[in-house]
Design a protein around this ligand. Structure first.
Ligand code: SAM
Length: 252
């Protein structure tokens, strides 16, 4: 069994094709406070879903990603001033770097903690920004959501995030307090956006196949989940509403 947090590369191309994107308004908000052509350190960049948006806006990105298969997708699809460092954040040295921004999309929870925050501060220039965010999805039709959740309860015991609707306000509040406390960040502002995505049954099954709760199953159980999801979904499109939540903060 592959460990949680380090298994996304088992399905990197599918991950890149089906994982939800992040709203343009979010990139507009963070790029408004980064100088034109500025430098960004992205932590847990994956296949580059957020990276490509930053590059498209003319920023120079150093992307830290430990999973080689994810990093290969990132390199293949990223165009512009992109540097990819294949290592985990805990081992990233970036000794003399002073970035205009450090960002993390859907990844901060894999390496979170006070020491990671201190490291972010060290890597940022004065006045630089730190931003982290997550997509929290939920199936709009509650009956269909309950039926699909049952598939996971039967087979895998662990429910993907889509069925757990986690409330990240406490996590984000704790991070904001840490940043504004000893770390001396200022103007900590929430990021919050909503969007809706419709998935064909095939695309929804592909999305589920990129979730850590599915990737860490045995091949047998994974096949069972996929088969049961297909039966339960039938032929109808399924709608997911996403809340993109996070924060951005300025380094003193
Ligand atoms: C859910 S994915 C998010 C990927 C991408 N940022 C996105 O928005 O799609 C989490 C990523 O964090 C990476 N990751 C896990 N542990 C990490 C660590 N210790 N340091 C840096 N990245 C890590 C994983 O390999 C994975 O690519």
């Amino acid at each position: 069994m592959t460990s949680f947090g380090r298994q996304f590369g088992l399905n990197a191309a599918t991950y890149d094709a089906v994982r939800p994107r992040y709203p343009d308004a979010l990139f507009d908000k963070i790029t408004a406070v980064i100088p034109a052509g500025g430098s960004v350190l992205e932590l847990g960049a994956g296949t580059g879903i957020a990276t490509r948006e930053l590059l498209r806006r003319g920023l120079r990105v150093t992307a830290v990603e430990p999973d080689e298969a994810m990093a290969r997708e990132l390199l293949a699809k990223g165009t512009g001033e992109l540097e990819v460092v294949i290592c985990d954040f805990e081992h990233y040295e970036g000794l003399r770097r002073s970035f205009d921004a450090v960002i993390s999309a859907q990844a901060w929870h894999w390496f979170a903690g006070a020491s990671a925050l201190r490291e972010v501060k060290r890597l940022l220039r004065h006045g630089g920004i730190f931003a982290a965010w997550w997509n929290i999805g939920s199936i709009t039709d509650e009956r269909r959501s309950a039926a699909l959740a049952e598939v996971f309860e039967e087979t895998s015991q662990r429910l993907p995030i889509l069925f757990r609707r986690p409330d990240l306000s406490a996590t984000i509040g704790d991070l904001a307090r840490l940043l504004q406390g000893d770390l001396g960040f200022y103007r900590v502002a929430p990021l919050e956006f909503t969007s809706t995505v419709s998935y064909t049954p095939g695309r929804f099954v592909a999305l589920m196949s990129t979730m850590s709760e599915v990737l860490t199953l045995s091949t047998n159980d994974r096949e069972k989940v996929v088969e049961r999801l297909q039966e339960t979904l039938g032929a109808e499109v399924i709608e997911v509403s996403y809340l993109t939540v996070g924060f951005m903060a300025f380094r003193s």
